[in-house]
Design a protein around this ligand. Structure first.
Ligand code: DGY
Length: 327
């Protein structure tokens, strides 16, 4: 497909139609299946000037060294832990992400998980489907109260702040921890800055919104889970590896915390028989944070805009490694 004399671009999967249309004048290839293999990505990278990647595609030294013509890699995600920024800069390859456009959708999903885990939606559904519902009882599937509770947000960037705005509507007390203070967000949402330890000890809900970096890898492990209240709920809509999943499984099994709402996992896709998915106090989704039609379309258009700018020699709007830019 596309125009052979134009720059070669490879996309890791079919995008919403408006975005595909904007790529039509390029020499375009895309992966039609579910999961693009590493081998095929390397093969395509070797001849492409532009790649539009998904968060599952590793863009590292191996790929960049084999991609002699590559000018830009545009990620269809705000998170970019799949990118080696330093390696791309060494190779003079521009990297971009898709900030802003998915903030509200992701915050909605995180808040949905928070309520679903607190109020035991999954067990309620299992109860109905299993034919266990005999009648109303005072404490049948009674969960944790959301309104007026204390929410601890780890990472008060765009998405964390959008979650805080939602929490205000539920009269929640909001604590946050982050690598730096966010005075503007504190003014807007009333969030109070505390240490991670204080947050874990005081929060009824802990919601993770930090990027995955070496510093946040397994940020929530056995010691952190042990500091949480036994009635607390953990929500993760950031990256799976921010949580030590084995430790989380043990904590949930032992009732050391009340429940978890998880949109992300250390390995994705998580195996359907993973014991975590079998726990009644886990509400799990397959990485759907930004998955609304409107948001995914905006993300795709933003990634295409970045890609086209990089190919045309212009500075992409969402450039992650300005050191590689020699405009
Ligand atoms: C992101 O953008 O980083 C999400 O995980 C997918 O929308």
């Amino acid at each position: 497909m596309g125009v052979p004399s134009a720059p070669r671009v490879f996309v890791s999967g079919l995008l919403p139609a408006p975005a595909m249309e904007q790529l039509a004048e390029l020499d375009l290839g895309w992966w039609e299946g579910d999961n693009l293999s590493r081998e095929r990505l390397l093969e395509e990278a070797a001849r492409a000037q532009g790649l539009l990647t998904f968060l599952t595609d590793r863009v590292d030294e191996e790929l960049l060294a084999a991609a002699g013509r590559l000018k830009i890699v545009a990620n269809l995600a705000v998170g970019f832990d799949n990118f080696d920024l330093a390696a791309a800069t060494r190779h003079g390859v521009l990297l971009t992400n898709t900030p802003d456009v998915l903030t509200e959708a992701t915050a909605d999903l995180a808040f949905g998980l928070l309520i679903a885990a607190a109020r035991r939606f999954r067990e309620g559904r299992d109860w109905l489907e299993g034919g266990h519902w005999q009648g109303w009882r005072p404490l049948l599937l009674a969960g944790q109260e959301v309104g007026g509770a204390t929410l601890g947000i780890v990472g008060l960037g765009r998405i964390g702040r959008a979650v805080a705005r939602r929490a205000r509507g539920f009269d929640m007390r909001i604590l946050y921890t982050a690598s730096r203070r966010h005075p503007e967000a504190e003014d807007e949402t009333g969030a109070v800055f505390v240490s991670l330890g204080e947050l874990l000890e005081q929060a009824d809900f802990v919601s993770l919104h930090c990027p995955l970096t070496p510093a946040t890898h397994h940020l929530i492990g056995p010691a952190e889970l042990a500091r949480m209240k036994p009635t607390a709920v953990l929500v993760n809509a950031s990256r799976g590896a921010v949580v030590d999943q084995t430790a989380l499984l043990e904590a949930l099994r032992a009732g050391r915390i009340f429940a978890a709402g998880l949109d992300v996992f250390e390995e994705e896709p998580i195996a359907p028989d993973d014991p975590l998915l079998g726990l009644p106090n886990v509400v799990a989704l397959p990485h759907l944070g930004s998955a609304t039609v409107a948001t995914r379309t905006r993300m795709a258009l933003r990634a295409v805009e970045n890609l086209r700018a990089g190919l045309a020699g212009a500075r992409p709007r969402d450039l992650l490694n300005p050191e590689a830019w020699h405009g």
